[in-house]
Design a protein. Structure first.
Length: 226
């Protein structure tokens, strides 16, 4: 990234031991474990408590235990639904990041997170980073928070200051904001009439009316948002 970063425009996040970030850029500070957050509000992750309980029962583990069931659940969320999991190891002074792959959208998310983290706590500027791509044979990329904030780890990145949306509760992942959803998705995919219609089917009447009014051209199939 060229030029000086305007930290006043960066989202305010907490300097937390861990984070969950969803595919729309919502970021949650995690103070217990990632699987605890999932179990606290399974619907926020597109899961049911019955499914989670069945996996734990299959592997004869207590609910929320950090074992085989937990590994499968978190891996499915990352590989199938593009969640990003971040955990800080203070003994190593390294942030371990697991994601599906380092596509441009995820690069942008990590850039915004790194810059926001420096704003929250400058002491973390030179902490290490280990990025693991689960869908790329667990390929790893290493560096520091400063490296990510300066784009040194990435060859391409279309940075924006409004990528991340900090939330205070895991249940906030379930709140649908149509503008934010389309804005996030249209950064890396084209929104077709079929896509918008499918989205409208999953929201309430007020949100659907907003969607139809704001993106009415997409219902005819005559236009594509690029």
């Amino acid at each position: 990234m060229e030029g000086k970063i305007k930290y006043s425009n960066i989202p305010i996040i907490n300097d937390s031991p861990a984070y969950w970030i969803n595919s729309y850029g919502k970021i949650l500070s995690v103070y217990k474990t990632h699987i605890d957050a999932v179990c606290d509000c399974p619907e926020a992750f597109g899961l049911s408590i019955e499914y989670i309980a069945s996996l734990y029962k299959k592997y004869k583990e207590p609910l929320r235990f950090e074992g085989k069931a937990r590994h499968i659940i978190i891996e499915e969320l990352i590989k199938n639904d593009s969640w990003i999991r971040i955990r800080y190891n203070p003994m190593e002074d390294v942030y371990h990041i697991e994601l599906d792959r380092l596509c441009n959208w995820n690069k942008n998310v990590l850039w915004a997170w790194a810059v926001s983290l420096i704003k929250a706590n400058k002491k973390q500027t030179f902490s290490g980073v280990l990025i693991c791509e689960l869908s790329s044979d667990y390929n790893t990329t290493t560096g520091t928070i400063m490296d990510i904030s300066k784009d040194k780890l990435f060859t391409h990145s279309d940075n924006n200051l409004d990528i991340l949306t900090p939330i205070n509760s895991v249940s906030d992942f379930t709140v649908v904001n149509i503008e934010a959803v389309l804005k996030a998705h249209c950064r890396h995919v084209s929104a077709t009439a079929e896509y918008v219609q499918n989205l409208a089917n999953s929201v309430n009447l007020e949100q659907e009316n907003f969607l139809k009014k704001s993106y009415k051209d997409l219902y005819s199939g005559n236009k594509v948002i690029q």
